[in-house]
Design a protein. Structure first.
Length: 242
């Protein structure tokens, strides 16, 4: 017992059972075991902390990569949309160029048609009599003669005669190269010849109100216009009888 007490005073605990001494412990051993346990726990904590931190960092990198991929996909779609837009603009520009080319061709055709129309109008004006246009007073008039209006509504230029005859019913006075007046001849023989068939000689060329007989009086000369080889009657002559 004294030995056990002496050992207990030195911090050594001896336990015993019926078989004798079974073991002993000390404060130093307990402290050493506790330090190792705490160190292991600290190491485990550090490892867990590192793993959690590293896991969080990896998740952040994964999110960043995912965001970058999403942004790249958006940029790619945007580039594709821009390319499609540029392609559509190019197609529209080509279509507008074709329309402009067609419009330019149409305008050129219209200008050519207008030019041709003006040329025709000028040609018609050159061959058309303007009755109210004053004639040159110095122009020398020429008188021609015709037996009848062989074209019904006019006289053939090639059939006009330079001299009067007994059967030349009409006297034609040239006022310009394409304008003339006409009247019934004052020759009694020619008038008698005209009255012998008034419907044929006078109906298509003259205005009159009474039955054709007696002496033919010229009230107003008729007007002629040269169109090609034809002196066309523009206005009939007015006659009366006495």
């Amino acid at each position: 017992m004294k030995v056990f007490k002496a050992l207990e005073t030195k911090g050594i605990v001896i336990s015993k059972n019926t078989d004798g001494i079974v073991g002993h412990t000390s404060d130093q051993d307990w402290l050493s075991s506790s330090s190792i346990a705490y160190a292991e726990l600290g190491l485990i904590f550090v490892l867990l902390t590192y793993i959690l931190f590293n896991n969080r960092k990896m998740r952040a990198k994964a999110r960043k990569l995912s965001e970058d991929l999403r942004r790249m996909k958006i940029d790619r779609e945007s580039d594709k949309s821009e390319r499609d837009h540029l392609h559509n603009d190019l197609v529209e520009s080509r279509a507008m160029a074709e329309d402009f080319k067609a419009e330019l061709s149409r305008l050129k055709d219209a200008e050519n048609d207008e030019q041709a129309k003006r040329e025709v109008e000028l040609q018609v004006q050159a061959n058309t009599v303007v009755w109210d246009k004053p004639e040159n007073p110095t122009r020398i008039t020429e008188i021609l003669y015709s037996r009848y209006a062989d074209l019904i509504d006019g006289f053939s230029a090639s059939e006009l005669l330079p001299r009067e005859d007994k059967d030349t019913v009409f006297e034609i006075t040239l006022l310009s190269p394409n304008k003339a007046s006409f009247r019934v001849s004052v020759n009694p023989v020619a008038q008698k010849y005209a009255l012998s068939n008034a419907d044929y000689f006078l109906e298509q060329t003259c205005h009159y109100d009474t039955f054709p007989s007696g002496l033919i009086v010229n009230e107003k000369p008729g007007l002629l216009s040269l169109l090609g080889g034809k002196w066309e009657i523009k206005e009939k002559a007015t006659i009366s009888f006495k």
